[in-house]
Design a protein around this ligand. Structure first.
Ligand code: PMP
Length: 361
């Protein structure tokens, strides 16, 4: 049988492993930071009607500039954004890939602060961009001083900030983001995939956009919006940036069905986001109860919690799986990550974990 190493694959991809969160059918899946609440029935009916209508037009290519979707996203984001400042693609992973294709590439570097979202280094590899992993402060925080020092040291072409950060949940202050922008000469991407789970009133990097033409704020409908399966991510930036991204996207990259579904969902933003408060409450409950069980949960502004104090993460992961609860071993020694689910799912996780006995580290 042919193995990967026998193929004439690019040298820079040799030995790399693909993104690999396990996909298993289990009663309680809390491993990939999805919104575990299904979308409301009346919204689902509207989306189905919109998609059914769009089907009649699929003999033609879809709107290459996804104008209606851009209008809907600009309206949703607010901050006086115009449709020309919005970009969208099949998940924010594809949005980030477009950014690296347009602004990274061979001979260029992208800097992130580890541990951070594992797809950044893979997207960098796929686009021939050199990935640089900078440090964080204690407890996975990222101060302006630490970030700026690293930017001055490595002078990256692109900086990717994850706010709040996956897999640690750590919020990022608007001051750090502003300082990173001032210190860098290149593109600064703020990945706000989990922004809706931050406490109400928390400032978004969107508020920094005016006058900062190198700043890009990426978002997704996969998390708070409960739309992961539909694959819609987006970005807000200067109109010149979105124009640049048109150079690297495939023509008609957003299908007519995707565009119709997303526009219909965005027309019901309030209902789609109705469970965000409940999810954040379950996240806070996880932090409290994990600590009570003797684990060391980290501060989280997202819909998941990273917790330390796990003596054997692999064994704990497997024992939970045996009880039908799938969480995530993200490879940080002594740590596991769990997504905040419904109240019942969160209870199932906490009960299964408690049944394993006390944390002992
Ligand atoms: N950014 C971060 C920080 C994420 O955690 C994820 C999903 N796990 C994504 C981007 C990508 O999400 P999507 O492609 O579904 O929009």
């Amino acid at each position: 049988m042919t193995s990967l190493s026998n193929l004439p694959i690019r040298d820079d991809l040799r030995g790399k492993t693909p993104y690999g969160a396990p996909q298993k059918t289990v009663p309680v899946a809390l491993n990939v930071n999805e919104n575990t609440h299904p979308i409301p029935d009346d919204v689902a009916a509207d989306i189905v009607a919109a998609v059914a209508n769009a089907v009649h037009g699929v003999n033609r290519y879809p709107d290459r500039e996804f104008v209606e979707l851009r209008e809907s996203l600009a309206r949703y984001l607010g901050h006086d954004l115009t449709p020309a400042q919005i970009w969208a693609a099949n998940g924010s992973n594809e949005v980030l890939q477009h950014v690296l294709q347009a602004f990274g590439g061979p001979g260029r570097t992208a800097l992130g602060f580890a541990p951070t979202y594992s797809m950044y280094s893979l997207l960098a590899a796929g686009t021939g961009t050199q990935w640089l992993a900078g440090p964080r402060d204690d407890d996975f925080e990222l101060s302006a001083e630490t970030a700026v020092r690293e930017i001055q040291r490595v002078d990256p072409d692109i900086v990717i900030l994850c706010a709040p950060n996956n897999p640690t949940g750590t919020p990022l202050s608007i001051e750090t983001i502003a300082a990173v922008y001032e210190a860098s000469r290149g593109i600064v991407v703020v990945d706000e995939a989990y922004a809706e789970f931050m406490p109400t009133g928390s400032p978004s990097a969107l508020s920094l956009l005016p006058g900062r033409e190198r700043l890009l704020v990426s978002r997704t409908m996969s998390k708070a919006f409960a739309f992961a399966g539909a694959r819609v991510g987006y970005l807000a930036a200067d109109a010149a940036v979105t124009d640049a991204l048109r150079l690297v996207r495939l023509p008609y990259h957003l299908s007519a069905l995707t565009q119709a579904a997303a526009v219909a969902a965005l027309a019901h933003s309030d209902e789609m986001l109705a469970m965000v408060g409940e999810i954040s409450a379950q996240r806070d409950r996880l932090v409290t109860e994990l600590a009570a069980l003797g684990y060391l949960p980290h501060r989280s502004g997202s819909n998941f919690v990273l917790f330390g104090g796990v003596r054997d993460p692999h064994a704990t992961f497997q024992s939970l799986l045996a009880q039908g609860v799938l969480i995530r071993d993200i490879g940080i020694p002594g740590h596991l990550r769990v997504t905040a689910g419904t109240e019942a799912e969160t209870t199932a996780f906490l009960t299964a974990l408690a049944s394993l006995g006390h944390a002992d580290e």
